[in-house]
Design a protein around this ligand. Structure first.
Ligand SMILES: Cc1cc2nc3c(=O)[nH]c(=O)nc-3n(C[C@H](O)[C@H](O)[C@H](O)COP(=O)(O)OP(=O)(O)OC[C@H]3O[C@@H](n4cnc5c(N)ncnc54)[C@H](O)[C@@H]3O)c2cc1C
Length: 254
């Protein structure tokens, strides 16, 4: 169990855990942001989520100044969701998050092209350091650096659909990428659907869709908030018209 202050940079947590042999955070390497937000957003990547590591969250109740402690189950974690984003919104200031790591390294290589990237380097059974570095390389190759081109990472959540919906679409789109969530639910990459709608690399005004990763909306220079909203609303409409699936933003629109 390791407790961090909410202002610690998340990737420093991952780096420290990997170098100390505390496992479970490797696939969450290089996600921008801080520890406090990891517990709000339930950050996730490559099949791993913060909720799998969070043991408890310490916070100050803003109205009273009381220090409270929430356990993982209290936070109602789900895909990119938590109680902090809904009924607890603006109610608590998170001060610490305690993560529970594992002493055993059980690499999860099944998501995206992790295994393929490792194999390209001749690695079949990676160490935690090798896995972290591979994730960093994949992310750097695919995601634009916000310091160079304004973006908020993945703009949309990947929709989880019923098996019937998946089977209907899979019959229509051969080789459609998907991830099995459980017996009845399948996750379909929103980026793939956006690409199928012809949006990859396209712009609307000064906001656009990244040319290497259709899930990422970018500011091509001077785009206003409303230009980004116009773009994402159009993308939602097009995906709905083509696939019958409504996708939702992952970002918080303020
Ligand atoms: C290039 C790029 C790639 C990204 N990739 C991923 C990814 O792979 N997976 C993923 O999940 N996300 C990803 N993101 C999104 C982002 O990294 C996460 O949402 C991250 O948690 C944001 O951290 P932050 O510290 O900037 O939080 P902010 O964006 O500042 O805050 C997020 C929310 O948390 C609240 N909050 C933050 N700190 C506290 C606190 N101490 N107490 C109470 N509330 C608080 C804020 O009020 C806000 O509602 C990416 C973003 C970018 C730019």
């Amino acid at each position: 169990f390791v407790s961090y202050g909410s202002g610690v940079t998340w990737d420093d947590v991952v780096a420290e855990s990997v170098s100390n042999g505390w496992h479970g955070a490797e696939n969450l390497s290089l996600i921008p942001g801080e520890v406090g937000a990891s517990a709000v957003q339930n950050i996730g990547a490559y099949g791993a989520e913060a909720k799998d590591l969070i043991f408890d969250v310490e916070a100050v109740e803003i109205a009273t100044g009381n220090v409270v402690r929430m356990f993982n189950a209290d936070c109602q974690y789900a895909y990119r969701q938590s109680r902090f984003k809904h009924e607890w919104k603006n109610k608590y200031l998170i001060t610490h998050v305690t993560y529970r790591f594992s002493r055993t390294f059980t690499p999860d290589l099944d998501y995206g092209n992790i295994r393929h990237s490792l194999e390209a380097k001749g690695i079949v059974t990676p160490t935690a350091e090798e896995l972290r570095h591979t994730i960093i390389e994949i992310r750097q190759a695919k995601l634009p650096d916000p310091k160079v081109m304004g973006n908020a990472g993945s703009f949309f959540m990947n929709p989880v659909v019923g098996r019937d919906v998946y089977e209907r679409l899979a019959a229509q789109y051969e080789g459609m990428p998907h991830y099995v969530v459980d017996n009845e639910h399948i996750k379909i990459p929103a980026g793939w659907m956006i690409e199928q709608c012809g949006w990859k690399g396209r712009s609307l005004g000064r906001a656009g869709v990244h040319d290497r990763q259709a899930l990422v909306l970018v500011n091509r220079g001077g785009a206003t908030g409303s230009e980004v909203v116009t773009l994402y609303e159009q993308i939602i409409k097009d995906v709905k018209a083509k696939f019958g699936i409504e996708i939702h933003p992952e970002v918080n629109v303020i």
